[in-house]
Design a binder for this molecule. Structure first.
Ligand code: A3P
Length: 302
């Protein structure tokens, strides 16, 4: 976060396309992003990959808690603003050096596409956790986040943002491309593929799977603590976990919260019937042959 504060003056920096992927001017440096491809990866490295608004900060909290065996105070005393300081984005300008020098386990999050992340991952080095979220809720969450995040363009209205998202004219580019590339390579990597919706449905099972995948040695009691401190309602009360202390030149907290609704199906409150039909058509076309089912409504998990 310190580096973001230094590289960002809080103005709307706009987007830049780099190797076909949208980055944020001022937050990302294309030359540094290119260095990521050749980074050495250790067996103990853990990388969480998400398309924006798919539960990245949720995973930061879970990884840190697993590492701390469920002890929340142990995490909080190490970060000033947010968990993002302890599990940072690998692609943010100025962060690579710290990654190279960090003590194991090096835990990072990323929104980058498969083609830009370390090629060593394809030799099954390190561990990758990909978290996918139903894209209609991603779009809605991203719309609201654009109103809060000062490094992103404030949308004129929902309809306008809907079009941008469908064109992939946002940081992260096309949701469809992102998930397809990562999903299609999942067997080449040491990867755990999770969905936001399954985490909502049964957080305990999801955390158990993450712990097993990472080889975390936690007792049942410690695992229960990890779950307890990573529920939406509890994370909302933890300043480091809910990002409320991120400086206001980056996030305009009075315009909305990072931890907004944390549910499934909020798209129903935003999409028109016509937008929904269009989205469904695009989804069917883009995801043809990809055996992924999403949960689109909170009612479908009970
Ligand atoms: P909403 O805007 O729909 O509420 P990211 O961290 O990738 O930017 O994702 C942010 C989204 O994840 C937000 O969605 C946020 O509320 C949600 N989120 C974060 N922690 C969560 C938790 N513990 N449970 C459910 N949703 C969570």
């Amino acid at each position: 976060m310190q580096e973001i504060m230094e590289v960002s003056d809080g103005k709307n920096h706009g987007l830049m396309s780099h190797r076909g992927f949208m980055l944020i001017k001022g937050i990302h440096d294309p030359d540094e992003v290119d260095m990521i491809r050749n980074l050495e990866i250790k067996e103990s490295d853990v990388l969480v990959v998400t398309y924006p608004k798919s539960g990245t900060i949720w995973m930061q909290q879970i990884l840190l808690l697993l590492e701390a065996k469920g002890d929340l105070t142990a995490i909080n005393k190490h970060s000033t603003f947010s968990n993002g300081e302890l599990v940072p984005w690998i692609e943010v300008k100025g962060y690579i050096e710290a990654f190279i020098k960090a003590q194991p386990p090096r835990m990072r999050v990323s929104h980058l596409p498969f083609s830009l992340l370390p090629s060593a991952l394809s030799q099954k080095k390190g561990k990758v956790i990909y978290v996918a979220r139903n894209p209609k809720d991603v779009l809605v969450s991203y719309f609201h986040f654009h109103k809060v995040a000062n490094m992103l363009e404030t949308p004129t209205d929902f309809d306008n943002f809907f079009e941008k998202f469908m064109r992939g004219d946002v940081f992260g580019s096309s949701w469809f491309e992102h998930i397809k590339m990562w999903y299609l390579h999942k067997d080449d990597l040491n990867m755990l593929f999770l969905t936001y919706e399954e985490m909502i449905k049964d957080l305990h099972s999801a955390v158990e799977r993450i712990a097993l995948f990472l080889g975390s040695e936690v007792t049942d009691e410690q695992l229960a603590d990890v779950v307890k401190h990573s529920t939406f309602n509890n994370m909302k009360k933890i300043p480091q976990a809910n990002y409320e202390r991120v400086p206001s030149h980056l996030l305009s907290h009075q315009k909305g919260m990072f931890m907004r609704k944390g549910t499934i199906g909020d798209w129903k409150n935003h999409f028109t019937v016509a937008q929904n039909e269009r989205f469904d058509d695009t989804f069917r076309r883009e995801m043809e042959g990809i055996p992924l089912d999403f949960i689109w409504d909170i009612k479908d998990i009970v």
